[in-house]
Design a protein around this ligand. Sequence first.
Ligand code: SAM
Length: 245
Amino acid sequence: RTTHFGYQEVPVEEKAARVADVFHSVASRYDLMNDLMSLGIHRLWKRLTLERAGVRRGQSVLDIAGGTGDLTLKFSRLVGPSGRVVLADINASMLNVGRDKLLDHGVGGNVEYVQANAECLPFADNTFDCITIAFGLRNVTDKDAALASMARVLKPGGRLLVLEFSKPPHQLLSKVYDEYSFRLLPKMGELVANDADSYRYLAESIRMHPDQETLKGMMERAGLERVEYTNLTGGIVALHRGIKL
Ligand code: SAM
């Protein structure tokens, strides 16, 4: 299948390797690019995620596909010394950048770093009070397996929050956004990170990701309940939350 931008779609078995290449190559510039590409708005999206997570002192949190650890940093302060936050990612380069950043911020003993695939999490059933996956699910090859794995390791009563690019319901915004992501974004990637391909991949992966209602249905099928979502920035991003009862 040929994609929007005229590229051949990557076969499923090659996708994991492609994702690995992309994040190895952008790791050191990832935070800077995040700020540039979203004009800093990703900070607001993450702040809302933290509010909705409702994490309290002493709780245990998993930030899967946590990359450079923006959410982990905040969670580690919220749970305090009696709590625990696991920053997990499939990619060692992203985890290394994350660990250095968190150490620079004085984050101490309540954070663990684990290299793990969201599709088969290496944790016991009913381990976490809260799990977040921010801008990670669209990179996962088998999303249903990942959602089921996350539901398994949540405690009963625990929350899963998925922050991800989505589909702006408004047609005009959708057009403007397509122009931005398929034309401007790879250019910015080339200028700042000397890497247009990675940012072209980013635009493609956003385009292929399930829309708000589809993702809601997938979360329900994975066993989560009371699933709801909020559109952010006109639906460019959506925050889904489900509870394991
Ligand atoms: N959560 C961070 C944030 O919001 O800034 C990082 C998001 S970054 C766009 C996506 C991350 O997903 C990358 O660090 C990548 O290595 C990770 N990732 C991709 N596939 C994964 C998988 N199957 N399991 C775990 N992490 C994965």
